[in-house]
Design a protein around this ligand. Structure first.
Ligand SMILES: [Zn+2]
Length: 452
C-alpha cells in the first residue's frame, strides 16, 4: 500500500480541492436547494474515476449510483449521502458555510463531516488506487442518496426497486469519528426506532376548569397511560417488549470492555452528578448500546404560558420514541404498544405512527470487519476502538442486513465535527488518512485476489 499512500500524499492538494468544490455546492434537501446541481457534480466525479454512473429516480431526490465492475469475485459498496442540513443559524458561523475555508488545519463547511468528506474520500481512494495499480482487486458500487437528512424517506422503495444494484458482499457505511484520545472509531451497527404520538381527547373544546369535577381531563388520562409504560427502575412494562432483545455475544462483550466512554467529561459537560441507575463502567456501556429505550420527547396539553389560566384541556398529546436494539422490529413494537394500552383500559388513546427504523448490526467476526479493523493501525498508527452498535439510528438495515450484507461504519470526522451545527468541520489530515484507509480496505477486502 505504500505506493498508494505516497500517491495520495503527492496529490493531497488536488483531493482537498475536489472536496472544497463539492462543499461549495449547497445541497439542502429540506429546502430543495441545489440538489440537482449537486447530484450532477457527484455524477461527474464518479464518471471521472471510470465508474458506470446514473441517477436513479425515486419519488424524491435521485440516488447517484456508480459501479466499477471488472468481473472480480467480491463486491464492496459504499453508502453515502450528498444532501446536507440547513446552515442556520448563519450568524454563528465564523466563515461562509459554503465557502469550505481552511484554517488551523481544518476545513469548515456545511456537510463537510456529514457527509461530503466521507463521500469524497471514497471517490479519491478509488482514484488513487487505480492510478497506482491500473485496476481494482474487487468490484465497487457507490450508493449516494440525496435524502438522508430528511429521513431517507425513499430509500426502502429504492432498495426494493434496484435490489440487484444494491447487492454486495459488504458495505462501508457513511460516517465515523475519532475519539477524544485520537483513536478511530469503527461501528458495527445502529439502533432502530419506533417513533409515535399518543393523543387523548376529552371534551370538544377547552373548558372552564370548574367543570373538572364532572368532566374527564385528557392530560391526567395521558399521564396515567404513560405511567403504565415504564417504572422507576427504568423497566419498560409492555408485554413482550424485551422478547427479541439480544444480549451481547462474547466478542461484543470484549469490545464493550475496550470501548472508550468518557464518563467524567460527559457528566461534567452536562452538569450532572451521575448516570441513570447510578451505572458506570461496562454495565453503563452495555446499557447505552444494547438496551432499548422509551423516551418522552415532549408533552403538550392545556395552558403553559405566563400566569394562571384555569382551564380544562380538550386534548393531550405526547411524542414518544423507542430506540430499538437487534432483533426488535418497529412494526411489532407498535402492535405491542397498542395491545398494552388496550389491556390497561386506554382503548380510546390514538396512536400515530410517525417513523420507524429496524435496528442493524454486523457480527464482529465477519470478514469485512476484520478487513477493516486489522488495517487501521497501518494508516493511523493506533488501533481503532470498535463499537459493536451505535446508540444512534440510521437506515442501515434496509440497505444491508435485510439483504444479508454485512456493514461497517468509519469515516473522517472528529469528536467535535459539529454535525448539523454551525462551524461543521473535519481535519484536513483526517480526510487524507480517510482516503488512505478506504484504499486499504479495497486492497484487503478479498484476501485471495489482493494485487501486489
Ligand atoms: Zn446528518
Amino acid at each position: 500500500m505504500e505506493k498508494v499512500y505516497q500517491y495520495i500524499e503527492e496529490h493531497r492538494e488536488m483531493y482537498i480541492q475536489w472536496l472544497q468544490e463539492l462543499c461549495r455546492q449547497p445541497s439542502v434537501a429540506a429546502q430543495n436547494r441545489g440538489m440537482k446541481e449537486t447530484a450532477n457534480a457527484v455524477e461527474a466525479f464518479l464518471d471521472s474515476i471510470g465508474a458506470q454512473v446514473e441517477q436513479l429516480e425515486t419519488s424524491g431526490f435521485p440516488v447517484v449510483y456508480g459501479e466499477i465492475n471488472q468481473g472480480r469475485e467480491k463486491t464492496l459498496s459504499f453508502y453515502n449521502h450528498y444532501d446536507v442540513q440547513p446552515e442556520d443559524p448563519i450568524e454563528l458561523w465564523e466563515s461562509d458555510p459554503f465557502g469550505a475555508e481552511i484554517r488551523e488545519g481544518k476545513i469548515f463547511a456545511r456537510g463537510v463531516a456529514d457527509n461530503k468528506g466521507n463521500l469524497m474520500a471514497r471517490i479519491c481512494a478509488i482514484h488513487a488506487y487505480q492510478q497506482v495499480y491500473g485496476e481494482l482487486p474487487i468490484n465497487v458500487k457507490f450508493i449516494f442518496e440525496g435524502e438522508e437528512e430528511i429521513g431517507s424517506v425513499h430509500l426502502e422503495e429504492f432498495t426494493e426497486k434496484y435490489r440487484d444494484k444494491v447487492q454486495a458482499d459488504g458495505c462501508i457505511w457513511e460516517f465515523g469519528y475519532k475519539n477524544p484520545d485520537g483513536r478511530l472509531q469503527v461501528s458495527l451497527g445502529v439502533k432502530g426506532m419506533c417513533y409515535i404520538e399518543l393523543r387523548v381527547k376529552g371534551a370538544n373544546i377547552d373548558l372552564h376548569s370548574a367543570n373538572a369535577s364532572v368532566i374527564e381531563n385528557p392530560a391526567w388520562r395521558l399521564i396515567w397511560a404513560l405511567n403504565t409504560l415504564k417504572n422507576e427502575k427504568e423497566e419498560i412494562l409492555i408485554d413482550g417488549f424485551y422478547d427479541k432483545v439480544l444480549s451481547p455475544n462474547q466478542m461484543e462483550k470484549k469490545l464493550l470492555e475496550e470501548m472508550i466512554y468518557e464518563e467524567k467529561a460527559t457528566l461534567e459537560n452536562l452538569d450532572l452528578e451521575k448516570f441513570l441507575l447510578n451505572l458506570s463502567g461496562v454495565p453503563l456501556k452495555e446499557r447505552l448500546l444494547f438496551q432499548p429505550t422509551c423516551t418522552i420527547c415532549g408533552i403538550e396539553s392545556g395552558y403553559t404560558g405566563e400566569g394562571a389560566k384555569t382551564v380544562l384541556p380538550s386534548v393531550a398529546k405526547v411524542k414518544l420514541d423507542f430506540r430499538l436494539v437487534p432483533d426488535q422490529d418497529h412494526k411489532e413494537i407498535l402492535q405491542l404498544v397498542r395491545k398494552h394500552l388496550d389491556k390497561h383500559g386506554f382503548e380510546d388513546i390514538e396512536i400515530i405512527d410517525l417513523t420507524g427504523e429496524h435496528p442493524a448490526k454486523t457480527n464482529p467476526g465477519d470478514p469485512l470487519v476484520q478487513a477493516v479493523v486489522q488495517h487501521v493501525e497501518q494508516v493511523y498508527g493506533m488501533p481503532p476502538t470498535v463499537q459493536p452498535l451505535s446508540p444512534g439510528t440510521g437506515p442501515m438495515y434496509i440497505l444491508c442486513q435485510k439483504l444479508g450484507i454485512p456493514s461497517v461504519s468509519l469515516g473522517v470526522g472528529n469528536h467535535q465535527s459539529q454535525n448539523h451545527a454551525p462551524n461543521e468541520n473535519i481535519y484536513v489530515q483526517d480526510y487524507i488518512d480517510g482516503i488512505k484507509m478506504m484504499a486499504t480496505i479495497v486492497h484487503n477486502f478479498d484476501h485471495k485476489s489482493t494485487l501486489s
